[in-house]
Ligand binder design. Sequence first.
Ligand SMILES: *Cc1c(COP(=O)(O)O)cnc(C)c1O
Length: 423
Amino acid sequence: MPPHSRPLRPPNPACKAWISSVFRYNGAMRDSFLPFCRPSISEEDIAAIGDVLRSGWITTGPKVGALEQTIAKRVGAKHAIAATSGTVLMHLTLQALGVGPGDEVVGPSMTWVSTPNMVELLGATNVFVDVDRDTLLASPEAIAAAITPRTKVVIPVHYAGAPVDLDPIRAICRTKGVMLLEDAAHAIGTHYKGKEIGDEDPAIFSLHPIKNITSGEGGVLTTSDDALAKKVRRLRFHGLEVDAHDRSQQGRSPQAEVQEPGYKQNMADMNAVLAVRQLPRLDAFIQRREEISALYRRELANVDGVLPLADPAWSHRHARHLFVVRVDERKAGLDRTAFMQGLKERNIGTGIHFLASHTHRWYREHRGHWMGTLPNTEWNSTRICTIPMFPDMTDGDTMDVVRAIKDTLAGAKAKVSMAGATR
Ligand SMILES: *Cc1c(COP(=O)(O)O)cnc(C)c1O
């Protein structure tokens, strides 16, 4: 063996771990990259998309109709309205509810910025509420305290697939006369006290590829409010009373007129068919996510400085959309950036869900008064990290993540003790 390739012989275990972390001298590393999420697409799904392409009707048509009917039936709502994204539905719904200048919209800053952005674009005012430090859910008390005479809508988020405590939140909204609109982007398949999310108040689901089921891009609003459904359908398609598919049907007027100026946000059948195919597998997907989540919880229970979220105390079924841990630098010996880098070097993907909305640049510069007012949100915003979880992951993949976490932490601790030893 030539001298330059002689393996290093570290003098003590701390140095060995340090060398492993620095030189990636790591026998346990997986050789393929594990993303933090990957949609579950079967050969039959691909064939079904091919069938739509061959059918001669690829935009809004029978597949969108089937998706809307199936989701409405599943959640127990009168209407389901599909569009090109959850974000778009947030825009259309808030506009349909008449949200505009002078109105306040109450919701957590710990969400995807798409909701606060739509509120700003409509000229209304975001009123952010803090979340629970360990569930990242907004409490009824926080929501009640944020409501003013100018509040028009309250938008709680069923974060990571755990439901907010809906009963008291519904009671508060009814008493105060404000609309409740649920951000259910993470919550398709979530139950609250034995019932599906989306059964009562308007709820918006996302079908983005990271979410529990997908249409490529897409979203669905469920509601039992006839007037709201009619208005959102209309805004979705030019402000016409009918959709493209309806126009192709016998007996409907091809001369439909604009009732009010609308957008062009209808979902295409080539997208809808994928979600139609995935819906029957949703419960199996959640079951598998539950198993992966339980394995993580068991394996990470004694890992210092990597703290999973807590489940809510009320009766629910969690959709296990994301597995989120908080990296506590004091205990872990490294911050979130170094943690994510360590996992990346070990071929494990991670994400952040989310950087608190009010900490994004535009919000810092234009809505800076929120900084420092949401302690639990800000504490989590700098520490949360999403580790891989998706139905096609094996237990072996899950253990690769656990090993990579332990290895990254051991490397960081060794570095700290080496630094101490040389001082
Ligand atoms: C994904 C997501 C949305 C938006 O959904 P899109 O379909 O991507 O537009 C809204 N809110 C939350 C909390 C999300 O995670």
